[in-house]
Design a protein around this ligand. Structure first.
Ligand SMILES: C[S@@+](CC[C@H](N)C(=O)[O-])C[C@H]1O[C@@H](n2cnc3c(N)ncnc32)[C@H](O)[C@@H]1O
Length: 291
């Protein structure tokens, strides 16, 4: 949804922008082109491999770009350390990249046999294997239900706690085997039985929702008047948080807040984009402006 993001950011030449999830640098390059001449971009990603990739892709923009391996929940600190009070626009393209899914070797995909790590930031303390080894049955069930909306959360949690003393869950394949054995229906459902459990673990390992909330709480103070924030969410839990925080920050007609919502309903990808990139299927884009 790059065109939609660019339209909502309304980049101007010489502006200062933040890409909080720089990933492979695609959005960042488009923002730098749209803010040419003289526009600058600070790109954050918590994954050092993404930062290395983005550095190669964005090299042609020279010193118009600064890249930082950091969580966007700490954007205020990153800007303060650089003497920046506020910026013209911020974009977040949440979740996981295709590179992380397919070639990080960190166990994000249930279609590959890899260690159950799932940390986007290798400095993080907890891996997916740690959670599966350590959490109690109730906590596991709450995690699969709360973050994955998994129907069989309780049954899966029970199977994990029963099996793990004999056979610890070390790899994605260990977990997939257990999920097939523990859930009725096996391969016949519409989505792979591991989809929701893998998503829930990834959200928990990276504390994705807490970090998004921490970012949103501070975002009005990071934007110049008229500055814009655009957020692409990929599942309903994320989108709900963005929608609710934007509403709270927009206030009411008689008591307006610091943000004005630009997207009354979230924008969705065109069918052609979904056909070209199935990961885009669940994307929802919301934007707001600092008043
Ligand atoms: C969907 S990809 C972004 C793709 C990017 N927009 C592009 O055009 O190539 C998401 C990226 O955000 C990063 N990420 C996710 N949550 C983050 C967070 N809380 N802080 C920093 N980076 C994060 C991931 O490591 C991943 O590289």
């Amino acid at each position: 949804m790059r065109a939609e993001v660019l339209a909502l950011l309304a980049c101007r030449p010489g502006g200062l922008y933040v890409d909080g999830t720089v990933g492979g640098g695609g959005h960042a390059a488009a923002i730098l082109e749209a803010s040419s001449p003289g526009g600058r971009l600070i790109g954050l990603d918590q994954d050092p491999e993404a930062i290395a990739r983005a550095a190669r892709v964005l090299e042609p923009f020279g010193d118009r770009v600064q890249l930082v391996q950091e969580n966007f929940a700490r954007l205020a600190e990153v800007l303060a350390e650089r003497g920046v009070a506020a910026v013209d626009g911020i974009v977040l393209d949440l979740g996981i990249s295709l590179d992380q899914l397919e070639s990080s070797g960190r166990g994000f995909s249930f279609r590959r046999e890899e260690p159950l790590d799932m940390r986007m930031d290798p400095r993080g303390e907890t891996t997916a294997a740690d959670l599966l080894a350590r959490l109690g049955e109730e906590e596991l069930a709450d995690l699969f239900h709360g973050y994955g909306e998994e129907r069989h959360a309780r049954r899966i949690a029970r199977a994990i706690v029963r099996e793990r003393p004999r056979r610890p869950l070390r790899t994605t394949a260990d977990l997939v085997r257990l999920l097939f054995a523990a859930t009725p229906g096996g391969r016949h459902g519409r989505i792979h039985p591991a989809t929701r459990v893998f998503m829930a673990l990834r959200i928990a390992v990276n504390r994705e929702l807490e970090r998004l909330e921490a970012f949103l709480d501070r975002v009005p103070g990071l934007l110049r008047p008229g500055g814009r924030v655009c957020i692409l969410a990929f599942h309903s839990l994320e989108d709900r948080i963005v929608k609710q925080r934007f509403r709270t920050l927009a206030g009411r007609r008689e008591a307006p807040g610091p943000l004005a919502i630009l997207t009354r309903r979230p924008l969705r990808p065109q069918p052609e984009e979904i056909a070209a990139n199935p990961l885009a299927r669940s994307a929802r884009l919301r934007a707001a402006a600092r008043v």
